[in-house]
Design a protein around this ligand. Structure first.
Ligand SMILES: O=C(O)CCC(=O)C(=O)O
Length: 261
């Protein structure tokens, strides 16, 4: 399935959108952002939200550790499960969470970390996440996204969207993944805006319609890209990051959210 065209972004959408009613897009030249409408949902995609240099600087920052381990050279599979706590990460408190699936406790196929305002606790799959306090780089990314949303949506200050939390997911290689789900937890409110930033190896990101699961859209989330999901999308669509057996490199994804308190 060749659903995306990697040749050049310019102002051409770098993936295929069905030529059907309900699908359309335009390119905001000024912000270098694709504004995409899909049935019951809206997406904003900025392929080069962060340039190559800044993206690799941020990747290094997220994986910096006081154990003098070059994160790019070691086998992180050896640090699965509770063993990850032996690493003293300098900037992000990475954890390997267990979730209950059909009554069985299983480790998630990725590492993760939850950051945000003190009150922004988040629950999913039986996990209750208490936020770590913001750090300088997470706030920098958050504010850059908020500014883009304000400008693209032409929002006046009083209504502007401010995220109060972020979930970081670290996919060590193509064996790590994220299953089908919607971000529809009640603390995210009725129609949450979820802003997802990507660093490291590009991965496939799929969307499927809840009432027609064979109807899928495929995005290719490249290093430094930003994808914003908005509108009613979390009620009508699910998303996933499937396993990709040929991928041996790392990817870090950050999803900024607003928890209603
Ligand atoms: O890694 C991604 O691109 C998706 C992450 C995601 O679905 C989530 O955090 O809910």
């Amino acid at each position: 399935m060749d659903l995306f065209n990697q040749s050049s972004f310019q102002n051409k959408l770098p993936f295929i959108l069905p030529q059907k009613e309900g699908y359309s897009y335009f390119f905001d030249e000024d912000k270098k952002a694709f504004i995409i409408s899909i049935p019951n949902g809206k997406l904003i995609f900025v392929p080069n939200f962060f340039d190559e240099n800044l993206s690799s600087e941020l990747m290094n920052y997220f994986l910096e550790n006081d154990n003098n381990l070059n994160w790019n050279k070691i086998d992180w599979r050896e640090f699965e499960k509770e063993k990850l706590s032996e690493i003293n990460f300098a900037t992000i408190n990475w954890t390997h969470n267990q979730i209950k699936i059909f009554g069985k406790l299983l480790f998630e196929p990725r590492f993760s970390a939850w950051y945000g305002d003190e009150e922004a606790a988040y629950s999913y799959s039986g996990l209750k996440l208490k936020p770590n306090p913001w750090n300088e780089k997470l706030l920098f990314i958050k504010e850059k996204i908020e500014k883009l949303i304000e400008e693209v949506e032409k929002i006046q200050n009083k209504e502007s969207l401010k995220f109060n939390s972020v979930l970081l997911n670290w996919y060590r290689d193509g064996q790590d993944s994220m299953g089908w789900h919607s971000d529809n937890e009640k603390e995210l409110g009725q129609n949450p805006v979820i802003a997802s930033v990507n660093f490291g190896v590009p991965r496939r990101f799929l969307l499927r319609q809840i009432n027609n699961k064979s109807h899928k859209l495929e995005f290719y989330l490249t290093n430094g890209s930003l994808l914003i999901m908005a509108g009613q999308i979390q009620h009508f669509w699910q998303h996933a990051v499937p396993k990709e057996s040929k991928i041996n490199e790392h990817r870090i994804n950050l999803t900024f959210r607003k928890i209603k308190m």
